[in-house]
Write a protein that binds this ligand. Structure first.
Ligand code: ZN
Ligand code: MN
Length: 479
């Protein structure tokens, strides 16, 4: 049977984190009461005039240049006509024929290998309002116009991805890029990052792409991957049975885990694009482009390579550290204030991530400062506290923001390395656990571990484990 190759492209809509909206001066603060950040422009009143937000262009330029795009000069705003309750003007101001950036690419890493995904187009547009469908009142829907008119960046990839793993790597790379460029908060649960996927499948060896299906309504990595996997299977099964596929738009049903036909054969003609008469062509001068290009920050990929070389980390650790900008910053600042790189990397990729995942925390919620982490590491290296005590301190300061020394003093966690002090506790433990002592003498190494554990318990983890081990062995030999 023929093998089938999927080709996947993604459209990403990212809400830009500018202070005001794209065509009016309304603020973009999230979490405020509905319809409190609105004006006649973003409510789409007749006769109002849009005025382009310079910061939106600046942010768009950053992304377009970071993805190696050619900057279109001039780029043109157009009206994309469609009727929906979240769009009172009945058109969205977007860019179609002359988008801000064209012909770029982004490098993604999959299984240690690097792959280049083409970016066909990067453009600026306005977000629609948010529709709410209250469960208690199914007869009505509510519209929150606070989101209407917020600046969006749409990033359209070529159908260059051939597996769900590549799609996941691409989404991660896009999200990281937005965070590293500081142009979007990219919080998916807030709808600040939304996806549409196009999926087609063709027999191996065929150059021409198969019939393309677009999937809308994808608001999380999980939804995108679920929909892509479902479509690859559905299309492959259809081709194997000799059935025809339709070019169509399908909707992802998150609960049932399936895609369903929404409409067939949608083309851009349906949107009746035409140039927005109220905005002049956007001519970005060479100086502006050159300045933004020169100010581009180091991105995740470059940073991972630099971390590996500069701090002698494994490629694996360097990649984990750089997936989230906040993590990479914490690591690097900790090293800058004096911590050894290997120890800092271990704490950040180990205990910190464990803690974050375990508690379901957001990195932004953490109060741990680089100075605090560096101090904690120095307390271990100077044998002031044990590894066990350090973990206890860490779990507290990671969300409290306290300095480790304060916590060590408050909890009385200073390590006991004094042989005499430990010796008397060792003696106690030996006296209390004759059974274990007996088994150790019969050659059971595990019994020693148990006895060490008992000493650590009595000292609340403050005894130097090496000293405990040595003393125990010595005493057990003597007795
Ligand atoms: Zn407004
Ligand atoms: Mn769009």
């Amino acid at each position: 049977m023929a093998k089938y190759v999927p080709s996947i492209g993604l459209e990403v809509h990212a809400e830009l984190s500018t202070v005001t909206k794209v065509f009016c001066g309304c603020p973009t603060t999230v979490g405020v009461p509905p319809n409190t950040q609105v004006c006649p422009v973003c409510l789409g009143f007749p006769g109002v005039l849009p005025a382009l937000n310079r910061q939106v262009v600046e942010y768009g330029l950053r992304a377009a240049l970071a993805m190696n795009c050619e900057i279109t000069r001039p780029s043109i705003f157009e009206r994309k006509g469609y009727y929906y309750p979240d769009l009172p003007k009945n058109f969205q101001i977007s860019q179609k024929r002359s988008p801000l950036g064209l012909h770029g690419h982004l490098e993604i890493g999959v299984d240690g290998a690097s792959k280049r995904v083409g970016i066909s187009d990067v453009h600026i547009e306005e977000d629609a309002a948010k529709l709410l469908h209250p469960e208690e009142d199914t007869a009505h829907s509510l519209v929150d116009f606070n989101r209407g008119g917020v600046g969006l960046l749409e990033i359209v990839s070529e159908p260059d991805m051939n597996s769900p793993a590549e799609v996941e790597a691409y989404m991660t790379a896009i999200r990281n890029m937005l965070l590293y460029l500081d142009i979007s908060e990219a919080r998916m649960e807030q709808g600040q990052l939304r996806f549409e996927a196009s999926v087609s499948v063709r027999p191996e060896g065929h150059d021409e792409l198969g019939t393309r299906v677009e999937i809308k309504n994808l608001n999380s990595f999980r939804a995108v991957l679920g929909a892509v996997e479902y479509e690859i299977e559905r299309q492959t099964a259809a081709l194997e049975k000799g059935e025809a596929l339709h070019q169509e738009t399908r909707l992802w049903d998150d609960e049932r885990g399936v895609t369903e036909t929404m409409r067939r054969k949608e083309t851009s003609e349906d949107y009746r694009y035409f140039p927005e008469p109220d905005l002049v062509p956007l001519e970005i001068d060479g100086e502006w482009i050159a300045r933004v290009r020169s100010e581009l920050p180091e991105l995740a990929e470059q940073r991972a390579r630099r971390f590996a070389a500069e701090y002698e980390l494994t490629e694996y650790d360097a990649n984990i550290l750089t997936t989230e900008k906040a993590l990479a910053d914490l690591f690097e600042e900790t090293v800058k204030v004096g911590a050894p790189a290997k120890a800092a990397a271990n704490w950040v990729t180990g205990r910190l991530l464990y803690h974050v995942n375990e508690q379901g925390l957001d990195l932004a919620d953490l109060k741990l400062t680089p100075a605090a982490l560096a101090e904690l590491i120095s307390l271990i290296e100077s044998d002031t506290i044990t590894g066990a005590a350090a973990r206890q301190v860490f779990d507290q300061i990671v969300t409290s923001g306290e300095m480790p020394k304060t916590v060590v003093e408050a909890l009385g966690l200073t390590q006991i390395s004094d042989d005499d002090a430990i010796a008397s506790i060792v003696q106690e433990v030996i006296a209390e656990h004759a059974d274990a002592v007996e088994s150790y003498r019969k050659g059971k190494e595990n019994a020693l571990k148990f006895l060490v554990g008992q000493v650590m318990r009595k000292t609340k983890g403050r005894a130097n484990p090496q000293v405990v081990n040595d003393l125990l062995r010595k005493k057990l030999m003597e007795a």
